[in-house]
Every structure is written in C-alpha cells, then in structure tokens.
Design a protein around this ligand. Sequence first.
Ligand code: HC1
Ligand code: SF4
Length: 579
Amino acid sequence: SLGARINGRPVTFWSNETILQCARRHGFYIPTLCELDDIDHTPGTCRVCLVEAAMPGRDNAMILTACNTPMQEGMEVETRSRKVREMQRLQVELLMADHAHECATCIRHGNCELQDVAQAVGLRQSRFADPALIAERPVDTSSPALIRDMTKCIRCQRCVAMCRHGQGVDALVISGTQHGTFVGLKDGASQRVSSCVTCGQCVLVCPTGALGERDETDKVIDYLYDPEIITVVEFAPAIRVGFGEEFGLPPGTNVQGQIIAACRRLGFDVVLDTNFAADVVIMEEGTELLSRLKRGVRPTFTSCCPGWINFAERHYPEILPYLSTTKSPQQVLGAIAKSYLPERMGLDGKRIRVVSIMPCTAKKDEIVRPQLVHDGVPEIDVVLTTREFARLLKREGIDFRSLEPSEFDNPFMSAFSGAGAIFGTTGGVMEAALRTIYYVVNGRELEQVELSQLRGFEGVRAATVDLNSEIGAVKVAMAHGLKPTRQIVEAVLAGTADFDFIEIMACPGGCVDGGGTLRSKKHYLNHAQKRRETLFAIDRNAKARQSHNNPQVQALYRDFLGSPNSEKAHKLLHTRYTD
Ligand code: HC1
Ligand code: SF4
C-alpha cells in the first residue's frame, strides 16, 4: 500500500482506492448524497463529497469529488477546511434550487437523506429555490403502487443503477436536459404501462421523496372508524422480522407479538396471519406440481411473488404457461377471509374489508388485477407496505415499543407451520413445498426438513432432491432478484435448463428485502440476512414444520374446500395470467 495524508495524518491507501474509501477506512467523515456503497454507486453528480487535495510539487490545491477520485502517492487531502465546508454547503443549496420544499408534507418526513445532508453541511438558507423550475418537472400518479414525484428528484441516479444493474429490468432512463433533467421511464411511458414491474427496489435506494409508494393509510383509518365495517388484517411472513427496525430494534428481531397487539390497539376486528395462507398455498401448489410432473409438464414456476408475475407478463409472456396457477398467499387469505371466515364466524361477508400488511410495493398492483376482483369486490381491499404500517401507528399515536406482545386468537386462519413462516426468504417456498410433496408421495415425513443446499444467497441455486418414490428425484432451482431470474427464464425458454420446479422472488433476498420494507440507507442486504435467520429460527421452533400438519389447514379442507385442487379450491384459490 501507498502513502498520503488526510487532514495532516499519514494514511495508507490501496491502488485504485478512492479518496472517499480511504477516508472512511481511516475514520474520516465526508458527507455524501448520491453515492451508495451498497450498490457501488459513485456517479459524482451531487458534488457534496468535495475535498481539497494538493499534490506534491503543486502550489494550488484542487477541489475534487472524493467519491470518484483515486488517491495518489503523496496526496494531501483536507476534508474539513473552511473552503471545503463552504463549497459542500453551496452544492447542497444548489440541489435545493429545483427541489420542491414540501418537507412537512413529504412521504420522507423524518427520514430524508437530503435533509440529513443539509444538516451535516450546516445549511441554513435556500437562496436559489425557483418555483417555476420546480413546476416544470413531472409527477406520475398513474400506478396503483408507486408514485414518481420528480419535483423531489436530485438526479443521484441511484434508482437508474438499481433498476439497470441491480435488477436488470432497465425501465428507467435519464430524460430531458439541463434544468429539465429528471429520471423517466423508457420511451416516455407512464408508470402504469411501462416495463417497470413495481418491485420497488428503486424506492429503497431513493434518498428523497421522489420515489415512494401510494400512501393508503387514510383508507385504512376510514375502515377502522366505520362501525358498519368488519376489519380483517393479515401480515406477511417477512413483516415480523423487519418491522422492529423502524422503532430502533436490531434487524431480525421477531416482533410478531407486538404487531398483533398493535393491530388490536388500532381496532382491527380480526387479526390473521399470511403464514396460514402460505401453508394453504403449499397444499395447492404442491398438488398442482405433482399432477404436472405426472403429466410430464416441466418446469413449474412459483407464482406467489407479484413482481415476478409482472415481470413474466411484461417481459416474457411465453413463460406464462409454466407458472403455477395457485394464487399468492396474500390473495388466498383474502379469498377465504371473504368466504370461509364469515361462514365459520357467522359474519356478514359483504361488510368485511381485508387489509394486508406487506414488505412489497407490487402487492398493491396485485390486488387490482381484474382476475382477483369479483363483481367489483376485491379479495384484498388495501395493501399497506411496511413503511405505511409504521406511518399508520404514528398517525394513531401508538407507541410500538411499549406494547405488550400478544398472540393470535383466531381459531380458523392464524395458525402456521414452520414451512409457512419461511416463505418470506428466498428458497423458503421451495423448501416448504418439498416437505409436503415428500409426504404426499411417500405417506411419511421427510426426515431432514432443513434442506441446507437450498439456503445459500447466490442469485441462482439448484439442487436435486430425491423423493424416494416412483417420481424419483426432483430437480429444483431458486432465483432471487430479477437479473438472475432473467437468466433462468431465458435458459428455460432456450431449452437448456433441466428443472422440475423453480422458485422466483423478484427482490434480492426475497420478501425480507422487499421493495416495501423500511428504507435503510446502508447495509440493507446485511439486514436481510438477519431477518432471514430469524425466519429460520421461527421454523425450527414451530410445533408443526409442514404445511399439511397445520391443524387449521386440515380443518379448512375438511370443513370447506374438500381436497387440495378440488373444484371449489380451484375456483377460490387459483388464477390465470395475461400476456
Ligand atoms: Fe412475501 Fe408471500 S412470502 S410474497 O415473499 O408468498 O410480500 O413476507 O406475504 O403473498 O406468505 C411478500 C413476504 C408474502 C405472499 C407469503
Ligand atoms: Fe425498476 Fe423495480 Fe423500480 Fe420498476 S420498481 S423502476 S422495475 S427497480
């Protein structure tokens, strides 16, 4: 390693190490905004990371962006000189020139990276704000899931990088010129009809309120305070292991009990678990898979992830016949909460509204699919992302950390097996399915229920699992993130992939890092790992680890559906796709 100085202190650096990387490694703070280490993004567009750097033998120091300038032998870097601080402050003030000053009403209130950096550089004025410039920039509200408000965009291009390089969807482009530059959708499309699949990964990295979910907390509050309405709530497998972070708890803390307590405090009449519906999905999808294998139809793709469904429909319609027809757990829960539940509980089904709390933005798209709305009645009435659920608690004055954990008490639709719990992480659906398929074909349980070869974090994983029966071994694969998904889909279409069953999750890591989770600026994949470990622990401690051993699932089939894939099950729990 080579030698230089930062703020007068000798430092070593590696070849090609940037000033920012070297400074960070030695504990010097340089404010940044557009830069995002997690995705290796250093476009140098915000120019907040300015430093003064002098080279040996040169008299005049230069002002440089630290994020994309390499260290050099003998370089003398100043990060805190008065000149540097004034320049950084001016850069942020210039960013404010065409940024809508609507902080109090912004979706990012209290959690905005632009505000944080303005504070970090000591900005106390905004002299150049120009309402005319701001008014020229577009706001796209055409999608049920995502709102794109370019009056808040600071052109950091993190979203473009995430969509293009992270997800490989490439729906976003830099549009316009000069003042009019903003991030648009390809071919000038609106959000609703673009190639975007509403996975929400771009939202996770947006530093401001430019990208966000459609806020539907008001709709839920309307339901909660309407005495005519019976409010039913469900929450996703991944919610319980990520939600505590919003309230300062470590990533991966299991707050299931506090979420149940919070739902009761909010006034929901019936609190259900999406995990229960995940168990039902395994019964349906597992049975469907076996019948397809017997007919020699392969592969079968999972169908629970709506970002994946959007991707298949918009980018690879030829693949649609290979998708399982089983609805997602969210929709399965909605469908039976409006049919089976009222029958069991003696409720008026027409008065029921189902609210679904999901770590996902594409779930908002899913509920308005025409296939999932019957005579104008949707199966699910509102989806709240993790972020909106946190907002709802704040709006209703509920102090989450002080809540005593509570337990589910619904005897029909809240119990879950370990298999249902692990749906929230990549590979979980596959593992859950294999436990049940093994039982169905052999009449006895798979002994080794944790399939360690399915538990890696690589983009695509494959395994062969011996079913010890006439079906023989099944070849399975998992992909998470849309870039690996594209690879596997193209291999299937080209006839070069040899698989029976393929699990797809559109978000890297699966739902534990879904596009509706809390926006954590840094290290979010690291958080996803911790959330996933807790899901595995929930599975290990579960009374039943297989979906078919969930007593409430058994009762649902005995008392209502008949058998998996029965005519009634088909009508209620299966769907179709459109190209
Ligand atoms: Fe998911 Fe699913 S696991 S899609 O990843 O199949 O969102 O958590 O709820 O529906 O169960 C999300 C999570 C979630 C569905 C289930
Ligand atoms: Fe790309 Fe997903 Fe963002 Fe759409 S939601 S622009 S697909 S990253």
